[in-house]
Design a protein around this ligand. Structure first.
Ligand SMILES: [Mn+2]
Length: 216
């Protein structure tokens, strides 16, 4: 997910994920776009991209005052798991797969974080709230209700990360939940993340990064 510079060249047809930041007077934003380098995307690349984009758009529409971030995260996880079932990469029922944490094989991070003075400013848990240890929510850095005036990133992603997917313990644990032979064919194909910055207002979500083209 976070790639260090190397001498590896981008090859034609590969996903290229750019996670970029900018700051003005110490206020920061954090934006991610994903492209396919140098040629038309394959059907599979487009399907994966559409799945993440739809989850992103749906999650943005839910960024309203009072919405619990945990719920937004879980809904996005369920929608993307549903898509992975349709793509025949996973098996079963999306809700119960997410309950078991199976989506974290492909979506191993939280849906987003607040931004402000410093990226990842002020996320964390609502005061007094204990850490949620359920498998689906353990890796969330943010557990709070949104309020008007908050700016949050919304950044669902799906990846085929060999270090996660080749782990024998996970392969045993999710033996039935994943079509491993199909997933094996995707190893090395990278992944997709789409990240926008959303201002929560009483009149609905305002996407501050909407002018940066997303779709291809
Ligand atoms: Mn981010």
């Amino acid at each position: 997910m976070h790639f260090s510079p190397s001498r590896r060249k981008i090859r034609r047809g590969e996903f290229v994920l750019i996670d970029a930041g900018a700051h003005v007077d110490r206020y920061v934003i954090d934006v991610t776009r994903t492209f396919v380098a140098g040629r038309k995307p394959t059907n599979f690349q487009r399907e994966l991209f559409s799945l993440v984009l739809e989850a992103e758009r749906n999650a943005i529409s839910r960024c309203v005052p009072g919405a619990e971030w945990k719920d937004l995260h879980l809904k996005a996880a369920i929608e993307m798991t549903d898509g992975l079932i349709e793509l025949k990469l996973m098996n079963g029922n999306a809700e119960s797969l997410v309950e078991q944490g199976a989506h974290t094989l492909f979506f191993p991070h939280g849906l987003g974080h607040l931004v402000g003075l410093g990226v990842r400013d002020a996320s964390g848990r609502y005061p007094g709230r204990p850490k949620d240890e359920t498998p689906a929510l353990r890796n969330l850095r943010m557990d709070l209700p949104l309020a008007a005036g908050y700016v949050t990133t919304v950044e669902p992603g799906l990846y085929f990360i060999p270090a996660i997917l080749n782990d024998p313990k996970r392969r045993r644990q999710y033996r039935q939940s994943v079509n491993w032979h199909r997933v094996d064919n995707c190893l090395g194909c990278g992944g997709v993340r789409i990240e926008d910055n959303v201002l929560v207002t009483e009149n609905g979500p305002e996407v501050l990064t909407a002018s940066i083209p997303t779709d291809w």
